[in-house]
Ligand binder design. Structure first.
Ligand code: SAH
Length: 242
């Protein structure tokens, strides 16, 4: 756990994202990979979670790349939460500029929101966020508490193995420069088995897992069965899953 970690928030991480808050919607800038993968993950979330008319929570939403797209796709209401105020202001400004009225943003810890509004969201998403917190299991538990009994929770993160070090740290940060150096700490990456265990302990069953691949030649991302580096899971409250 990082020395500056308090209440499961690493202030160094929040500072890092806050400094880049003005870049969230620059599709060719530091957050380009998140813009590039967004149609893929949005399609995946919609296929399983059927967003139309749903109440959605996006945990660690940053500048709202995913939150806003879920609102545009027809969710009844999307709430994005993050601990970086500046990112939330950027998200709000963008939604306003786009005339998207069914998305709202709040600076609140997911653990606190779980106490305040348990079992109140049809869909909970927590993408590319857990590898930035001191205690990811507590995030999983809070998401499990926030979802309705018949709802769906989605997580995405990065696997921890030699290949993910080469691809996500050396490749993406140092060789290709896809994301800024220091964005990720390999030790905080989470294996699919570890994530599944966190889910089970939180009363969630993993019902689907997909890998997300990047083709160096075509520069195109795709969903596949290879979870060696980036991957996503869909979960349901255990008593609902078959
Ligand atoms: N989920 C977004 C952004 C991913 S970047 C997307 O995929 O498009 C990681 C985000 O996690 C940043 O916005 C960062 O501020 C946020 N974050 C890091 N620690 C957090 C915490 N403890 N609580 C909430 N958000 C956190």
């Amino acid at each position: 756990m990082s020395a500056n970690a308090q209440h499961n928030v690493d202030s160094g991480e929040i500072e890092k994202f806050s400094l880049l808050a003005h870049k969230w919607w620059d599709k060719t800038g530091e957050f380009k990979p998140l813009h590039d993968i967004n149609p893929l993950r949005l399609g995946y979330i919609d296929a399983i979670g059927q967003l139309a008319g749903k109440t959605v929570l996006d945990v660690g939403c940053g500048g709202g790349i995913l939150s806003e797209s879920m609102a545009k796709l027809g969710a009844a209401q999307v709430t994005g939460i993050d601990m970086a105020e500046k990112s939330l202001r950027a998200a709000e400004a963008h939604a306003q500029e786009q005339g998207v009225g069914n998305v709202g943003y709040r600076c609140v810890r997911v653990e606190d929101l779980a106490e305040e509004r348990p079992h109140s969201f049809d869909v909970v998403t927590c993408m590319e966020m857990m590898e930035h917190v001191p205690d990811p299991a507590a995030i999983v538990a809070a998401c499990a508490k926030l979802v309705k009994p018949e709802g769906t929770v989605f997580f995405s993160t990065i696997n921890r193995n030699p290949k993910s070090y080469v691809h996500a740290i050396l490749g993406a940060e140092y060789i290709l420069g896809l994301v800024p150096r220091g964005t990720h700490d390999w030790q905080k990456f989470i294996t699919p088995a570890e994530l599944a265990r966190m889910c089970r302990r939180a009363g969630l069953d993993v019902v689907d897992t997909k890998g997300m691949g990047y083709n160096l030649l075509t520069k195109v991302y795709s969903l596949n069965g290879n979870t060696d580096v980036n991957y996503m899971v869909a979960c349901k409250p255990a008593f609902q899953a078959v």
